[in-house]
Design a protein around this ligand. Structure first.
Ligand SMILES: *Cc1c(COP(=O)(O)O)cnc(C)c1O
Length: 219
């Protein structure tokens, strides 16, 4: 399935009407497909793999805002800090410290989201609720990172009520900790993918990460 401008325009309208941001997840997709959506006005793109991001980024327009949404290893932070607009999957204090350190070296401040484990599956990364509560007071000391909010992935299930409950949970935690985030408005709550973004928008998502509905299925 090729990139779909029709899907893009429809989803973009739905996401904007909900007051959220659409991040087009372009992992494993070619430069030409990214440019197709860029020409339609899309500027926020998400990638999961460091190597792929650093190969693509120089070949594409400089005003693209790159979101790193995958699992990030500490030894690769130095490659993406200079080019990322938002690092979404921060799942340990050690990783945050490395981002802070590399940000200082580049003389930048890097926006980040903390990833929270909200799904039933054991395999998904992220802080649990108790860990999150214990690290929130420590964030302010990392001066070159700004934590804007939280990111989470719901369970892979057809059970809509389960997905809804997990999104409500993430939204509730983000609201609870709002005072710790660097912002003026409400916290960023990154939730919703191709299969569940409409539910996420109803539950207060402020940022959806959509890949296959825009770019077609991945190999
Ligand atoms: C791949 C990926 C997405 C996009 O998934 P689709 O189902 O293709 O929309 C969103 N978020 C994360 C963290 C991903 O890894």
């Amino acid at each position: 399935m090729p990139v779909s401008v029709a899907n893009f325009l429809r989803i973009k309208k739905e996401v904007e009407e909900a007051g959220a941001l659409l991040v087009a997840v372009s992992k494993k997709k070619p430069i030409e497909d990214i440019l197709t959506l860029y020409k339609q006005g899309q500027r926020d793109f998400g990638e999961n793999y460091v190597q792929e991001l650093i190969e693509k980024q120089p070949l594409l327009p400089a005003d693209i805002r790159w979101h790193f949404i995958g699992h990030l290893q500490r030894n690769k932070v130095k490659y993406i800090v200079p080019i990322c607009s938002l690092i979404q999957g921060v799942d340990s204090l050690a990783l945050l410290d490395e981002i802070n350190k590399q940000a200082i070296r580049c003389n930048r401040t890097i926006d980040c989201l903390l990833q929270v484990h909200i799904a039933q599956e054991e395999t998904k990364f992220g802080f649990d609720e108790a860990e999150l509560a214990s690290i929130m007071p420590l964030l302010a000391a990392r001066k070159n990172v700004r934590i804007l909010g939280l990111m989470g992935m719901a369970s892979f299930t057809a059970e809509e009520s389960q997905i809804r409950a997990e999104f409500q949970h993430l939204k509730r935690i983000a609201t609870q900790h709002a005072a710790y985030f660097s912002l003026t408005g409400t916290p960023v709550v990154s939730m919703g993918m191709s299969g569940d973004y409409s539910i996420a928008l109803k539950e207060g998502s402020t940022l959806v990460r959509i890949g296959s509905l825009l770019f077609g299925a991945r190999q």
